[in-house]
Design a protein around this ligand. Structure first.
Ligand SMILES: NC(=O)C1=CN([C@@H]2O[C@H](COP(=O)(O)OP(=O)(O)OC[C@H]3O[C@@H](n4cnc5c(N)ncnc54)[C@H](O)[C@@H]3O)[C@@H](O)[C@H]2O)C=CC1
Ligand SMILES: NCC(=O)COP(=O)(O)O
Length: 336
């Protein structure tokens, strides 16, 4: 019988210590501490948190649940330099990366029910050997079985009543057309459908592909990717039993999903997917990685150095990420 991991704590990464991570983690703890089902600990440096916040260093994740109602449990990282909010320091990069690696190993080892990452500035990490476009690909790499290729991660944004997965993520817009392939879109459709069932409890998911071109290509007169790639992938997915639409025009499909026609939309580019979510819900959106053996969520915003320096950070998105990670872990555990 599988263990009910939903009663394990979540683990939060430190994120960039000069960004909004410490302040929003502190505020999330203040707002959630009374709810044991949302217990979490941070892998971070205790000195980063406001001096009026009760913080307790823990030696292992097993101590987190008992500490959580009284203080923010922190598993301490070494080598975090003294940091001023809003002033990023490349010396912090190794500790930022270690926090993500350790958090993922805790989830893989079953001592944390899921990983919630605080925002990082990827450019700061490249000097320390970080070789990934973001958490999405790094956490997938960390989840790889030594004898097989890493799992294919799919980024999904959840917010404003929408679930929007991305067919491409951090690549130049000019290369998107070349990055879209029939097998690639079929794989993404399968991962999204499986995750809607496993993580979100949607028994029979209805999913839409957006088109890449205006008016979904207008029968091939404004671009051919719909005819040559997206619709054939949708056809293959329907043959495999998944309720998948052909390419829908990107300017109307999100309104259709909000109206209840689809459980998720798969957008062809990063901004095509993130613009509707962030416009509908700038503060409460959540970034989820689908297709991994572990639950991983994140606020959908970045490091917000300006807000960290000004002391005006909002914790809403991190709190939504914690709530969603706990709900996903619970859904996985109760279905297992
Ligand atoms: N999950 C992650 O680790 C993510 C990291 N990033 C990284 O963050 C860095 C900055 O990216 P930007 O495009 O400037 O986006 P950003 O989300 O950090 O900031 C955009 C605007 O929103 C405000 N903002 C964002 N979150 C806020 C919060 N919690 N409270 C108050 N104000 C907030 C900022 O102050 C800024 O004015 C980049 O290095 C980017 O790579 C961006 C998105 C996600
Ligand atoms: N725009 C989303 C983003 O940059 C987050 O990326 P990741 O770190 O979650 O892979």
């Amino acid at each position: 019988m599988s263990e009910d991991v939903s009663f394990l704590p979540l683990v939060l990464t430190m994120g960039d210590p000069a960004g909004c991570g410490p302040a929003i983690t502190a505020e999330a703890w203040r707002q959630l501490r009374a709810d044991p089902s949302l217990a979490f600990y941070a892998i971070s440096a205790p000195s980063l948190y406001p001096s009026d916040l009760p913080v307790r260093e823990i030696a292992s994740p097993e101590e987190a649940a008992d500490v959580f109602p009284h203080a923010l449990p922190v598993l301490a990282l070494n080598d975090v330099p003294d940091i001023q909010p809003g002033k990023p320091d490349a010396e912090a990069a190794p500790a930022i990366i270690r926090s993500i690696a350790l958090a993922t190993s805790h989830a893989l080892d079953g001592v944390a029910s899921g990983v919630v990452t605080n925002p990082i500035n990827k450019a700061l990490l490249y000097g320390a050997g970080f070789a990934y476009p973001g958490h999405t690909e790094y956490v997938a790499h960390l989840c790889a079985d030594p004898n097989s290729p890493p799992p294919r991660p799919v980024m999904m944004l959840v917010g404003g009543g929408l679930r929007v997965a991305l067919a491409t993520i951090h690549i130049p817009l000019m290369t998107v057309g070349y990055a879209l392939t029939v097998p690639g879109l079929v794989q993404i459709g399968q991962i999204v459908a499986a995750s809607l069932r496993r993580d979100f409890g949607v028994a029979a998911p209805r999913i839409a592909f957006t088109g890449l071109n205006p008016h979904a290509g207008e029968d091939g007169t404004i671009g051919k990717e719909e005819i040559s790639v997206i619709n054939p992938a949708a056809h293959a997915l329907r043959l495999s039993g998944i309720d998948m639409s052909n390419a829908r025009p990107g300017d109307t499909v999100f309104a259709e999903a909000l109206g209840g026609a689809y459980d998720a939309v798969i957008a062809m580019t990063h901004d095509q997917g993130l613009i509707p979510v962030k416009t509908l819900d700038m503060w409460g959106g959540v970034n989820v990685t689908l297709g991994l053996p572990v639950v991983r969520t994140s606020p959908d915003h970045g490091t917000a150095y300006d807000a960290a320096a000004a002391g005006t950070t909002r914790p809403d998105s991190l709190i939504a990420a914690i709530r969603l990670a706990a709900a996903m872990a619970h859904t996985r555990a109760t279905a297992a």
